[in-house]
Write a protein that binds this ligand. Structure first.
Ligand SMILES: Nc1nc2c(c(=O)[nH]1)N[C@H]1C(S)=C(S)[C@@H](COP(=O)(O)OP(=O)(O)OC[C@H]3O[C@@H](n4cnc5c(=O)[nH]c(N)nc54)[C@H](O)[C@@H]3O)O[C@H]1N2
Ligand SMILES: Nc1nc2c(c(=O)[nH]1)N[C@H]1C(S)=C(S)[C@@H](COP(=O)(O)OP(=O)(O)OC[C@H]3O[C@@H](n4cnc5c(=O)[nH]c(N)nc54)[C@H](O)[C@@H]3O)O[C@H]1N2
Ligand code: SF4
Ligand SMILES: [Mo]
Length: 757
């Protein structure tokens, strides 16, 4: 499609709203976690127009450009639309079409054979970030004889944000935003927003509120991000720490707040535990001391600390930046949680609100996942011995251990992998090792379910076609506060694409029909509504509903505050928190059980200019990968012309001084090299980057875009994870250091010309 045709294509939707021959469908975009309400106009099974749904309870008509590309994706001829079986060598790219019956028969019989020969642990089902099947995925794993999520990127996503909060507050919820932001207290009641290593894509609904509150009521915004991101642009205070040093920054904030007596003494006295020990611990972290570690000027540190305290209640949004992708991630997160606790009282309007018991995936009747001891050897969680905190929250194997288990058969043989919505080669650290494992003859069956031939699908034995959001009628309720919001199919899926729910159902049924008694995803959905929320309805009633109220206590108007005072947080109904001491714990015995210091602590990232001075002679820059771009969701959509047009080539953001030192100009192709390997990208020379740090965004540009004549770069060419090691990682949780290792850059000798041709 040429650019002119892209415009014609857009025009084809004019007048759709008033054309009686056009079908109008209200549904939900699942292009990212935001789940925006949309209205899809279609005719003859083609989408002619997509609008934001103004009546949607949360998103009120807002949508982004990616959603509009659904028109293209629905019709895209390069999608996989039939089950395919490999005919040549693995990875040779030779395929034959097979029927779903044949595909399911192969998968189910191989599963049974391997279960009998090697035990159920030899089959691992993996998923990427949550789409709409978290709960069913867990149920399937249980049916197969495994636990929890099997394999998911939880070692670097979400769980590391939840863990510190669970340890200190006794409530397992996050302070990130994209998943649970809607569960927060009224953001208008907040006086200071601390945006700590978070992207605007996760704060779509909050952005305007923050801005309005700042302009009209003088609320403050503090941005803490080494990259000057879009949120730094609207902040009153911008701090740019060296990647992975956020723990030291949080300790210094606490130092100022304690020294200057800026905390609420009554809250500390009545509701917290370990204050004196904390005060002792942070006493050395003066702003001057932290400046040496973080490079943030001491005065700015002190000013930010005073602002958080003075403008309480402060609302913290801290996500992947500080908490998830460093070898010191968990303790960095603990320091932030303790800061929130120090600034208490919590659970007040505008502050950090606690919502216990909202996790759908923890409902045993639905997931069948009993709360077994995942650390017990019989649980067979790979990596649990070395990283005992990982299986406890996250319930997933340690990914690198899985690839090793395939290759070495230790701690036990892994013989079959099924990936649903997961491109492992693009998602996990050290993909060089993943390729080796996936090509190994030890792996007897590799199944991938995706929209396209993803990088991992290219190495699969069976690839299963998948319907996308405009073509499905299933959804989840993890992000929609007190509501269940039906999704409706606007168009029919092409060829034989199946919804992931239907595949999971048929797979589960083939192994244990009693656990999967339903005939279709429709029955699954109605059953879920019944057992989870006591709501009984027919499909017609369901699909005709706009909003189904499911958890009224979570709705903003019914929200209870100060729950710790009212005995609403503890199982025994007593006031306090569900922790060993019944208080918010600065000092946490549960943390110590995993091997960490019971107090928050700061350690240098394992591979940094400070901790590895010899290595940094050769690799003097810090490598920080994966910041989000609006147009792409993880590694997907670089094949879509409307999206690729905006970011035609893979790139790294490089500070002007670092570029100049190396003779690199804006737009030059460069190699980014680490001790693990190198990737080729274009330099975006900008002081958006902190000096000394190289930032590569998440996508990786794996797919080509035929319409624009732009190449794909596969899993090797521009995939940041090539540079990321699995170890050294967080010592007890196993987070890989995707955002703090060493690298260097140089002008690419092979690629100097613009490859757009
Ligand atoms: N469009 C789009 N939206 C998405 C996604 C996507 O791929 N595309 N992915 C979804 C998923 S699964 C997730 S988990 C969320 C992630 O959501 P976020 O965590 O909000 O997003 P990121 O942009 O990955 O990271 C946030 C910021 O961390 C900064 N950062 C990097 N290193 C550090 C550091 O050491 N310290 C600090 N303080 N900041 C640092 C980056 O510069 C970036 O601006 O986004 C979700 N939303
Ligand atoms: N270096 C680095 N690596 C990272 C990150 C980072 O910041 N830096 N972020 C990490 C994080 S937080 C996360 S959550 C992971 C996410 O990683 P993943 O969720 O695994 O994302 P992808 O690697 O894009 O692989 C997802 C695949 O699923 C397909 N897909 C999308 N939707 C569906 C669907 O509904 N059904 C099916 N069957 N297929 C679908 C897409 O086409 C794509 O090929 O990446 C992690 N990897
Ligand atoms: S991709 Fe865009 S429209 Fe779709 S859910 Fe995300 S923000 Fe909303
Ligand atoms: Mo994620």
């Amino acid at each position: 499609m040429s650019n002119a045709n892209v415009r014609d294509y857009a025009k084809s939707g004019y007048g759709a709203e008033s054309d009686p021959t056009v079908k109008r469908t209200r549904t939900m975009c699942t292009g990212c976690h935001n789940r925006c309400g949309v209205v899809v106009y279609s005719k003859d099974n083609k989408i002619v127009k997509i609008l934001g749904d103004r009546e949607h309870v949360f998103t009120k008509g807002n949508i982004c450009g990616h959603c509009l590309s659904q028109r293209f994706i629905h019709e895209d001829e390069s999608r996989v639309i039939y089950p395919m079986r490999r005919v040549g060598q693995r990875g040779s790219g030779e395929w034959e079409r097979i029927s779903w019956d044949e595909a399911m028969e192969t998968i189910i019989s191989k599963t049974k054979e391997l279960q009998a020969q090697y035990g159920p642990e030899s089959i691992i089902v993996g998923q990427g970030t949550s789409r709409s099947t978290n709960d069913w995925h867990m149920r399937l794993n249980h049916t197969l004889g495994g636990h929890a999520w099997g394999l998911a990127p939880l070692h670097v996503c979400l769980s590391p944000v939840i863990i510190p909060n669970a340890l200190s507050f006794g409530v397992g919820q996050d302070t990130g935003a994209d998943l649970m932001a809607r569960f927060r207290s009224d953001p208008f009641a907040t006086n200071c927003y601390v945006l700590w290593g978070i992207s605007p894509h996760c704060l779509i609904e909050q952005f305007h509120v923050m801005r309005e509150n700042q302009k009209k009521h003088g609320a403050k915004i503090i941005s803490i991000d080494p990259r000057f991101n879009e949120l730094s642009n609207i902040a009153d205070i911008v701090l740019r720490p060296r990647p992975g040093t956020d723990g030291a920054l949080a300790m210094a904030f606490m130092n100022v707040i304690i020294r200057e007596g800026l905390y609420d003494a009554e809250w500390i006295e009545h509701w917290t535990y370990g204050f004196d020990e904390l005060a002792q611990r942070v006493s050395e972290f003066t702003p001057e001391y932290a400046e040496k570690i973080t490079t943030v000027p001491a005065d700015d540190i002190a000013e930010a600390a005073r602002t958080m305290a003075k403008y309480a209640p402060s609302q913290f949004y801290n996500y992947l930046g500080p908490n998830c992708m460093h070898s010191n991630a968990i303790q960095n997160g603990r320091a932030i949680t303790c800061l929130i606790g120090l600034l208490g009282p919590v659970d007040q309007p505008g502050g950090y609100v606690l919502n216990p018991g909202m996790g759908v995936a923890s409902e045993v009747e639905l997931t069948l996942n009993p709360f077994v001891d995942l650390l017990a050897p019989e649980s067979k969680m790979i990596g649990a011995e070395d990283y005992p905190a990982l299986p406890v929250l996250g319930g997933t194997h340690w990914p690198y251990g899985v690839w090793n288990a395939i290759l070495t058969e230790k701690p036990f043989p892994v013989k079959m992998l099924v990936f649903i919505a997961s491109d492992a080669l693009m998602c996990y650290e050290n993909p060089q090792k993943i390729e080796e494992a996936l090509l190994s003859p030890n792996l007897e069956l590799l199944v991938v379910k995706d929209f396209y031939f993803s990088e991992t699908a290219k190495l699969a034995d069976i690839v299963l076609p998948t319907s996308t959001w405009s073509e499905i009628e299933t959804t989840e309720d993890e992000r929609t506060e007190g509501y269940f919001i039906p999704a409706r199919a606007a168009v029919e899926a092409p060829g034989e694409c199946w919804d992931d729910w239907d595949f999971i159902l048929q797979y589960g049924k083939g192994i244990n029909p009693e656990q999967w008694p339903w005939e279709s995803h429709r029955e699954m959905l109605l059953w879920k509504l019944k057992i989870m929320y006591g709501i009984e309805m027919t499909w017609d009633e369901y699909i005709a509903s706009d909003l189904i109220e499911i958890r009224p206590h979570l709705l903003a108007e019914n929200r209870d505050y100060y729950k710790h005072e009212k005995g609403m947080l503890r199982a025994d109904g007593q006031p306090g928190f569900e922790t060993a001491t019944g208080r918010f714990e600065f000092w946490s015995g549960a943390t110590a059980e995993f091997g960490y210091d019971p107090l928050p602590d700061y350690t240098e990232p394992a591979e940094s200019p400070v901790s590895a001075p010899a290595l940094s002679q050769r690799y003097p820059l810090v490598f920080d990968s994966g910041h989000r771009l609006y147009m792409f969701f993880h590694s997907a959509w670089t094949n879509i012309p409307q999206q690729r047009e905006l970011y035609p080539d893979p790139f790294a953001v490089v500070h002007p001084d670092d570029a100049k030192d190396r003779g690199i100009g804006d737009g030059d192709w460069i190699e980014v090299e680490s001790p693990r390997g190198s990737i080729t990208v274009r330099a975006v020379v900008s002081d958006e980057a902190k000096k000394g740090v190289v930032f590569t965004p998440r996508p990786g540009w794996k797919m080509d875009c035929k319409e624009l004549g732009l190449p794909g770069h596969g899993w090797k060419g521009s995939n940041s994870n090539i540079l990321v090691p699995a170890e050294p990682c967080d010592p007890h949780y196993g987070n890989s250091p995707m955002r703090s290792t060493l690298c260097d850059i140089r002008k690419s000798s092979e690629r100097s010309a613009d490859c757009r041709g």
